[in-house]
Design a protein around this ligand. Sequence first.
Ligand code: ATP
Length: 230
Amino acid sequence: ECPSLTGKVDFRDVSFSYKADSPILNGVTFQAMPGEKVAIVGPTGSGKTTIVNLLTRFYEGTDGSITIDGFDIRKLNKRGLRSQIGMVLQDAHVFSGTIRENIRFGRLEATDKEVEKAARLANAADFIARLPHGYDTMLETEGSNLSHGQRQLLTIARAILADPAILILDEATSSVDTRTEMQIQQAMKTLMQGRTSFVIAHRLSTIQDADRILVIQSGRIVEQGPHEQL
Ligand code: ATP
């Protein structure tokens, strides 16, 4: 079973390797308090994604400990744990089905009203309203009839509906138009409100807004703290 979590995350001396003999993380220690926004920055291949992969138990076999609200995540029910961690990744995952079904995937028992409210909060309601059948529009495989930005807004709506205590966000590096970009930024802000959020950050503004920044280099945290202190 997995208790309802508030989102206090604690990594203590976490080391990890995907394969024997090539350590990817080395003694990673940090803490995030409930509701804090943590920006993870560092060069490509430094281990940013690996950190969040361990939090969701996408990979296991770490040295050290990872706890949420004091619970060792290895002792939590995996499905229960993941239901409390929302993810908005660059490669926004949508499946064939209607817009409504795609958003409701966040919380299957949600009413139409709740689905539509989540879409409004995610700045997705406008583009949905312009689709031929609105919320009942069928998405093609991988959402190929939507733009990249629209897919992002849809996954943000899904995450808002799911209402998780913890979030993992992978800030997009691919270009969308300025207006969509602003909508995505604003929707992400709404989504992060009151949740412990880990953002793999590429934008200076995201880094400046973070409560805590983790600077990763070759699998180690080389600096951490708020922006002013780094
Ligand atoms: P990027 O900014 O490019 O996404 P990152 O900081 O997120 O990089 P990771 O994806 O965590 O970096 O990768 C860290 C290291 O682990 C890299 O050297 C990568 O090649 C290696 N790695 C990542 N995933 C695997 C895997 N599934 N199996 C083996 N090695 C992996």
